[in-house]
Design a protein around this ligand. Structure first.
Ligand code: CDP
Length: 253
């Protein structure tokens, strides 16, 4: 069997060369990291859940006409995606104050924001992904003004879609991060939602109880991360209620 070519290994995913030109296989690892990889752990089953959840959100976005890099899921840990050039920005959309926004501006976590706020961070682990303004983005040529108009409109569409999907299952979408890629088609460039959308990159709170169902469970040591992600997957119908444990294979005697 031919060995496939690894293109990149990140904190939570590995990218392999895809079977056709212009495609990539995205493999979801079980590794969890936080605080710029200062805190690390392997969490059984996390990769499987994020693969299924990201498939669900990306499929939904494609269906309503928000373009994404997603082509199809290949197996429990891998999905086939379109190769794209990632704009070096983390695009964060916030509906309620939490995390760094709360720290930076002294706003109590959970405070509803007057309108969705979109922030940009420059993707650079060594610098700790610093917050940047559109001035920086234009001056350093990370994206054009036209790109940024499209990025903003994509981010707000993803926010509306994700907020609605979550609300329908009793979950509040507090904030999330997306990454945007460029796909070239001859002389034209198209922007698509890339990377992943999963509880690793969203803040999800149960509407009734406020219970956290996202990576803060790991960041803040609030319990079992797989249980929280499985709860989201179960509510969305992505994981059948009585499915066998996604974590470890069961031994049959
Ligand atoms: O998560 P943290 O408190 O470090 O930063 P934040 O700016 O409050 O994060 C806002 C949202 O973006 C949260 O849902 C994070 O999970 C997500 N995020 C991410 O997925 N990756 C990053 N490198 C930074 C933020």
């Amino acid at each position: 069997m031919a060995r496939r070519k690894k293109i990149y290994e990140g904190k939570a995913k590995i990218l392999y060369e895809g079977p056709e030109p212009g495609t990539i296989v995205q493999y979801f690892k079980d590794d969890a990291t936080a605080f710029n990889a200062e805190k690390m752990e392997v969490i059984d089953g996390k990769g499987v859940l994020n693969n299924l959840l990201s498939e669900y959100f990306m499929n939904g976005l494609n269906t309503i006409g928000v373009p994404t890099h997603f082509i199809r899921r290949l197996n429990m840990r891998e999905q086939l995606v379109k190769n794209c050039e990632i704009i070096p920005l983390e695009v964060i959309v916030r509906n309620f104050a939490a995390g760094t926004l709360s720290k930076r501006l002294g706003i109590e976590e959970g405070t509803q924001l007057p309108r969705p706020i979109v922030e940009y961070c420059y993707k650079d682990d060594a610098l700790g992904d610093p917050l940047v303004s559109e001035e920086h983005i234009a001056a350093f040529g990370w994206a054009s003004q036209q790109d940024m108009d499209d990025v903003l409109s994509l981010a707000l569409r993803v926010n509306d879609f994700m907020s609605g999907v979550m609300l329908a299952v009793g979950i509040r979408l507090v904030d999330f991060k997306i990454e945007i890629g460029r796909i070239f088609d001859g002389d034209f460039q198209r922007l698509v939602i890339a990377d992943e959308i999963s509880p690793d990159s969203c803040r999800l709170w149960d509407i009734e109880t406020g219970r956290k169902l996202d990576k803060d469970v790991f960041r803040r040591d609030l319990g079992n991360l797989t249980d929280a992600y499985a709860e989201v997957a179960t509510r969305l119908g992505v994981m059948p209620k009585n499915s066998p444990q996604v974590t470890k294979p069961t031994l049959i005697n």
